[in-house]
Design a protein around this ligand. Structure first.
Ligand code: GLY
Length: 363
């Protein structure tokens, strides 16, 4: 049996409503890469070595993930946001080696009979373990595989990422391009057993962050593959999200939550989507559409930067009003590290675009 070493729990994850204190996690938590990633972005934004030193210190805490068996699919969130940004900004060869090892670890979860990565390699309620589950969030972790395949890793990593994205495109969406959170597959035949939710309101509802992961993930897949089917598809996935947003462009935690407008918002979904739309706006060929994506993303960032969403000293996070896991009763109307990470990423992207620079910085 694998023994997972416990780490120092000093990576900030969230500030729950009613407190101004961070809750800390260790490297095993799925959000462990966002705090070091945010520090790397702050170093990128300012050039201040204080941010670099802090980023290096917190990044190094995630090193065990590259040497142990995969706990789940979140290795991209964890290691690419920390070591990946660190390598992009420093070129440290140790960082590169860590990323490459982690990509190989993520690839161990790929099931060729299904064509996707197993997101949760353990029993999770309603997931029919030991059958194969894949969650929409898993799309983001493909970036680690794409990067590794072109930086000294196996070409197979690219094939796995493309297979995962294509299989997800086929099985994870309703005819109106809204996304299911989870699809459960027969692990031997690859047949789809069912599509359900885990963090959304209902199996057939549009969980806001899930749709945001889809917009971000398929935009990234187009960048990495230049396959036109991803570009065509992601615009449909983005458009249904944009069409159903409330006036301030920050979604309720689930677009079908029954108590709207008295439901919590999810600022993290807005930050993820804003960052994705800025990138998508550089790929779409219709100039009017490109302009609209950039305009909407800019308005989302303006709203998040307003006193309605900015923490402004209420606590030391950047953003208020994200929702992590409403059905579980956790992280509701909270500050969460991934909202901050994608908010800063999106602001940096906007700054680059406004300066006429390409997105994202080539790795
Ligand atoms: N990956 C889990 C979430 O988006 O909450």
């Amino acid at each position: 049996m694998q023994v997972i070493p416990a780490g120092v729990a000093d990576l900030p994850r969230n500030v729950n409503k009613g407190t101004d204190k961070w809750r800390f996690v260790d490297f095993r938590d799925w959000t462990s890469g966002f705090w070091p990633g945010t520090l790397w972005y702050l170093f990128e934004a300012t050039g201040n070595p204080q941010w670099k030193a802090a980023a290096e210190r917190f990044t190094s805490q995630l090193a065990p993930l590259s040497r142990m068996k995969a706990i789940d699919h979140d290795l991209g969130f964890q290691v690419f946001n920390s070591y990946g940004n660190g390598y992009r900004l420093t070129g440290d060869p140790e960082y590169k080696a860590t990323i490459l090892r982690t990509a190989d670890t993520l690839a161990t979860l790929f099931n060729p009979a299904v064509g996707t990565i197993l997101s949760w390699p353990r029993p999770v309620p309603n997931m029919e373990w030991p059958q194969h589950n894949t969650i929409m969030d898993n799309m983001i972790n493909l970036e680690l595989l794409f990067w590794a395949s072109k930086n000294g890793g196996s070409k197979r990593l690219y094939d796995i990422a493309v297979s995962h994205a294509e299989t997800t495109m086929k099985n994870h969406f309703r005819p109106d391009y809204t996304s299911y959170h989870v699809v459960v597959y027969d692990r031997n035949s690859g047949k789809k057993i069912k599509a359900v939710t885990h963090q959304g309101y209902a199996d057939d509802s549009m969980w806001a962050r899930g749709q945001s992961w889809a917009i971000y993930g398929f935009t990234m897949c187009y960048r990495e593959t230049r396959k036109p089917e991803f570009l065509d598809f992601v615009q449909k996935v983005a458009d249904v999200y944009l069409d159903r947003l409330p006036a301030d462009l920050v979604p309720y935690w689930d677009f079908n939550a029954p108590g709207i407008p008295n439901e919590p918002r999810d600022a993290s979904a807005a930050a993820i989507t804003a960052s994705a739309l800025l990138e998508l706006s550089t790929y779409v060929t219709d100039p009017a559409k490109a302009k609209n994506y950039r305009k909407k993303a800019t308005r989302m960032l303006a709203e998040l930067s307003s006193s309605r969403y900015l923490s402004n000293g209420e606590n030391s996070a950047f953003l208020l009003h994200s929702t992590g896991h409403k059905p579980n009763g956790t992280e509701i109307d909270a500050s969460i590290n991934y909202a901050d990470y994608y908010f800063i990423e999106a602001l940096l992207r906007l700054k680059k675009l406004d300066a006429g620079k390409p997105l994202p910085a080539p790795l």
